[in-house]
Design a protein around this ligand. Structure first.
Ligand code: ADP
Length: 495
């Protein structure tokens, strides 16, 4: 199959001078450093993006602050919802353009970029739009005694926390930015987003669309650049909340810096070493497609993807054989080829990390399939399945954030619970079984922000998502985001 033809709008966008987007317009600065944006499929430079300066970060926060107190505060909750829905419509109308930018920039297979990243951005944004008119406090009856006929009443208000810094990783640059800007704008906050230095392009196009649909200047700003820019934002005195998605070590640094700055609120959605468990009754033919999809979509570069799979000893040989065969059959190639299921890793540093893991394989584990880099141009690797013999195997303990899955046999349910919980992390776990009674008894014993049954890594805007233990602080989606993006104000009245 040949590659899809790039749209003229994509070619024009890539050729433009790009950089931060502040107060409704591009903010370019001749003096700024420039980062080359690389297509991970062929290592060619596809765009040049200016890195934000400290002055620009200040300007972005100031613009967000003005919009927070001015234009966005004056936009009624109903109109906020209308505007977020208009942005969702614009994403839908420009879906192919955004999907192509994503495929070019992050190596996401075009079908995944269209059907997951872009389509889900629309779904999530419409969900947040629905919340704008439903953010309420409660009415309270105080217990104070009336001494001379006076009475008391009280109520709470959910007030927007203020300017939010949204720090976005490289794996889902559009969707994760939408989670953050949707939560912020729905609650009445404004936002300064920082995309990853590796994959800023789709967000830079999104913020242009936000201005075109009439979202007021300054409500959504983007500052580009590496970790330093994120650090300036986190430590900025006018930022009231940091919503961060990324790796555990960076998340811990961001959380500490935010606390130290001004007790700035944080939501941290970090990584993990997510387990899936296949109980003895599973039908292996039924679960293999689900495991391939959840563990290997976007080359396994998804924070909640399972990397360790515990399988009842009676079923592990069959799973190993059938999952190995399914992975060996995946088509690896250009993300712009619609028949390709498996593109390159997203950037060189990550490719080198995974190649390094490949070199450490085979000492303690059996390599069932994969374990090699592919070709000499682009960051391609094979989908990889290992089988370990010990629970302390490094492939059952270290997060690779890549397409490497490791199997281990278990014998009893008690042993399985211990294996599932034997990790500092707790983002997502899954049980695969038709014995729902057993699953329901196990769920309370699993230390994890989410437990899926017969599925894994399905994120729904109505279902809260976030990590327990070292996988994070706070929850996104559902009604849980409201708590994270608002302050609760209590009002007491004597009359
Ligand atoms: P990944 O390896 O998934 O990119 P990181 O956690 O390193 O994970 O990066 C996630 C995001 O955090 C990126 O946008 C990155 O530029 C940003 N970042 C990195 N270091 C810092 C820091 N010290 N403070 C704030 N943001 C940072």
């Amino acid at each position: 199959m040949s590659e899809v033809a790039l749209l003229d709008s994509v070619i024009t966008f890539l050729a433009k001078p790009l950089g931060s987007f502040i107060d409704g317009r591009p903010a370019l600065d001749e003096q700024a450093g420039v980062s080359e944006i690389i297509n991970p499929a062929n290592e060619q430079v596809i765009a040049r993006v200016q890195d934000a300066t400290a002055v620009q970060v200040d300007a972005a926060v100031a613009a967000a602050s003005r919009a927070f107190k001015g234009s966005w505060a004056q936009t009624s909750p109903y109109l906020r919802g209308v505007l977020l829905n208009k942005l969702a419509d614009a994403i839908e109308q420009h879906g192919e353009e955004l999907a192509q930018l994503e495929a070019l920039n992050s190596g996401k297979a075009i079908n995944v970029a269209r059907g997951l990243e872009v389509a889900q951005s629309v779904v999530f944004l419409r969900y947040f739009a629905g919340w704008t008119t439903k953010i309420n406090g409660e009415s309270i009856t105080p217990s104070l005694p009336s001494m001379a006929g006076e009475q008391y009443t009280a109520f709470t208000r959910r007030e927007p926390v203020g300017v939010v810094a949204g720090i976005v990783p490289w794996n889902f640059p559009l969707l994760i930015a939408v989670w953050k800007l949707g939560s912020a704008l729905a609650t009445g906050c404004t936002i300064v987003l920082k995309p990853s230095e590796f994959s800023p392009l789709s967000l830079l196009r999104l913020v242009e669309l936000a201005t075109e649909v009439g979202i007021p200047d300054g409500a959504i700003n983007v500052v580009t650049g590496a970790g330093k820019v994120g650090q300036w934002l986190t430590e900025h005195g006018e930022v009231r909340k940091v919503s961060f998605t990324g790796s555990v070590p960076t998340g811990i640094a961001v959380g500490a810096a935010a606390m130290k700055s001004k007790l700035t609120r944080v939501t941290l959605e970090l990584g993990g070493k997510n387990p899936a468990a296949l109980l003895a009754d599973v039908n292996i033919d039924d679960v293999v497609p689900g495991l391939v999809m959840t563990a290997f979509t976007h080359q396994g570069q998804i924070c909640a993807s399972p990397e360790r799979i515990y399988v009842h000893r009676s079923r592990i040989d069959e799973l190993e054989q059938k999952l190995g065969a399914a992975l060996a059959g995946l088509k690896i190639g250009s993300p712009l080829d619609e028949s390709v299921q498996f593109g390159p890793l997203a950037n060189k540093a990550h490719y080198q990390k995974i190649a390094n893991y490949f070199e450490r394989m085979g000492d303690g584990q059996v390599v069932v399939t994969g374990g090699r880099t592919v070709g000499d141009k682009g960051y391609f690797v094979e989908p990889t399945l290992l089988r370990a013999s010990s629970p302390d195997d490094l492939f059952l303990t270290e997060e690779t954030f890549g397409p490497i899955v490791c199997l281990l046999a278990f014998d009893s349910d008690e042993e399985l619970i211990e294996l599932l919980n034997d990790t500092p992390y707790g983002l997502g776990a899954s049980l695969w079984t038709n014995d729902l009674s057993k699953a329901l008894r196990m769920i309370p014993r699993i230390e994890s922000g989410t437990v899926w049954v017969n599925m894994h890594t399905f994120l729904d805007p109505a279902v809260p998502f976030g990590g327990s233990k070292s996988s994070g602080i706070g929850r996104e989606f559902g009604s849980a985001f409201i708590e994270a993006f608002t302050e609760l104000k209590s009002v007491m009245i004597r009359y």
